[in-house]
Design a protein around this ligand. Structure first.
Ligand SMILES: Nc1ncnc2c1ncn2[C@@H]1O[C@H](COP(=O)(O)OP(=O)(O)O)[C@@H](O)[C@H]1O
Ligand SMILES: [Mg+2]
Length: 446
């Protein structure tokens, strides 16, 4: 196992895209041929315009990059990372002068950083940083959740397909049927996999938990936004944006009420709920202008004026049910009352049958007949897979290829049709890369 080719495969190839010769000198010494760190320095690139070409043609695995490099374009970080043959990782070399370099480079996709000027000490630390980043990129590339940048041809086809922006409310007549699960995964499919600008809004006034599922900090939330609205009597897009938390890709989250007692505050319940209603109408109106897709996780209680206001603002209402007769009959009753008394347009309501199992003793046809609503999708019973993804703080559709993810993707594709094609491409790549990972990890001795 010590033949030349496996030896050279095992080593990480590095390009130094730095400005100062002094910094490059440290790397040249530390990563000279035959060094123990397992990293070989290939070249010193001094022109950002040549960086991508140099890295690709030399077969680099990692670039140490000073963002002040002349002619450097920030998009190259992503271009390198998504390079077809293998990921080329960027480690940010942060300029000594103050600035938001770290934030900008991390947002651009750098997987690690080191402070300039380099020292013997920091160069030593770089060894671990580089190996960790390269492994992380290889694992991500091989995982089924890897989302490649779309080839220009595929992107053109997708852009030419028709789709419409939409506000989608996810509702159920009772708790525990999978509203939040459906809302989060649809949002992740549209905003991360489909890369459309998407908002996920936790508007469950009986207590929000989206932030817990996604591992987001609860400080900025719908309560702080509603308080601002109550105080100012108006709200701008900038206010809404400032209260949202970025998730991955193009997905933004408005965290719900983190503490139960806040749901009774005057900004929601003042004037017998009219304050909250006006806030909800203003919020939905702004979100519709700001985002391609707005996905709302709604509480079950339709006597709550905020819930009802959100339903009214929806282009599409996904009614989540489980294959269980008592629950179906309850749902039917609530919906009939709603259509009768509140005059909501029934044609905007669609069924999502969640936790479906053929042995449940009730067929999809029966479910549709009981509710007299058409079905938009079926999500199978997933056992512990859903719980595991919750504990991992990652929507299922970003973690696993499974029939559950396929069911959720089917629902999301009827909202954004090009997603069907993107999902298919992702599945094919996810499977195809497995062998590559195994080989690369073997070569790395992992
Ligand atoms: N398709 C499914 N298969 C298995 N478990 C599921 C499925 N959908 C949801 N669950 C589980 O059901 C529970 C309730 O889901 P949740 O989305 O929080 O419901 P809701 O928001 O309607 O109260 C969670 O523990 C979740 O893991
Ligand atoms: Mg919920």
């Amino acid at each position: 196992m010590t033949d030349q080719s496996s030896q050279s495969e095992r080593r990480v190839k590095l390009v130094a895209a730095l400005r100062e010769w002094g910094d490059v000198q440290y790397l040249t010494v530390a990563f000279a041929p035959g060094n123990q760190a397992g990293i070989d320095m290939l070249t010193w690139c001094q022109d950002g315009a040549r960086l991508f070409q140099d890295a690709v043609s030399l077969g680099a695995d990692v670039v140490i990059l000073d963002p002040r490099l002349p002619n450097f374009a920030l998009e190259d970080v992503q271009r390198l990372y998504h390079y077809e043959e293998k990921p080329i990782v960027v480690i940010a070399a942060l300029p000594p002068e103050p600035g938001d370099w770290l934030e900008r480079m991390s947002t651009a996709g750098a997987l690690g950083h080191v402070q300039l000027p380099l020292t013997e000490e920091s160069t030593r630390r770089l060894v671990g940083i580089i190996h960790t980043a390269v492994q992380r990129a290889l694992q991500e590339r091989a995982s089924s959740s890897y989302i490649p940048q779309l080839a220009p041809e595929a992107a053109r086809v997708i852009a030419s397909q028709g789709w419409q922006r939409a506000t989608v409310v996810v509702w159920a007549a009772k708790g525990g049927v999978g509203k939040t699960t459906v809302a989060e995964n649809i949002a992740a499919l549209l905003g991360v996999v489909g890369n459309r600008k998407t908002a996920l809004v936790d508007l469950n006034m009986a207590g929000g938990n989206v932030h817990i599922h996604l591992g987001l900090r609860p400080e900025k939330n719908i309560f702080s936004l509603a308080s601002l609205y109550e105080f100012r009597k108006s709200m701008k897009a900038g206010d809404v944006q400032a209260h949202m938390a970025p998730y991955r890709g193009n997905l933004w989250v408005l965290v719900g009420v983190p503490r139960q007692h806040m749901a009774g505050a005057s900004c929601f319940m003042g004037e017998e709920g009219e304050v909250g209603k006006r806030f909800t109408i203003a919020l939905m109106d702004l979100l519709r202008q700001m985002f391609d897709f707005v996905i709302v996780d709604l509480g079950q209680d339709l006597n709550h004026k905020m819930h009802l206001a959100a339903l009214r603002a929806a282009d599409l209402v996904l009614v989540v049910v489980n294959p269980e007769m008592a629950g179906l009959l309850d749902t039917h009753e609530v919906l009939e009352a709603l259509f009768e008394h509140v005059q909501l347009d029934k044609s905007r309501f669609r069924l999502v049958v969640n936790r479906f199992h053929p042995d449940a003793g009730i067929s999809r046809r029966e479910i549709v007949e009981v509710l007299r609503l058409s079905e938009i999708g079926v999500v199978p019973e997933a056992g512990t897979l859903v719980t595991a993804s919750l504990n991992a703080r990652r929507p299922l559709v970003l973690s696993h290829n499974s029939p559950v993810s396929d069911g959720l993707a089917q629902v999301a594709s009827s909202i954004f049709p090009p997603l069907a094609q993107i999902w298919k491409q992702k599945g094919i790549l996810g499977r195809g890369r497995k062998g590559l990972l195994d080989r690369v990890l073997d070569a790395l001795g992992a």
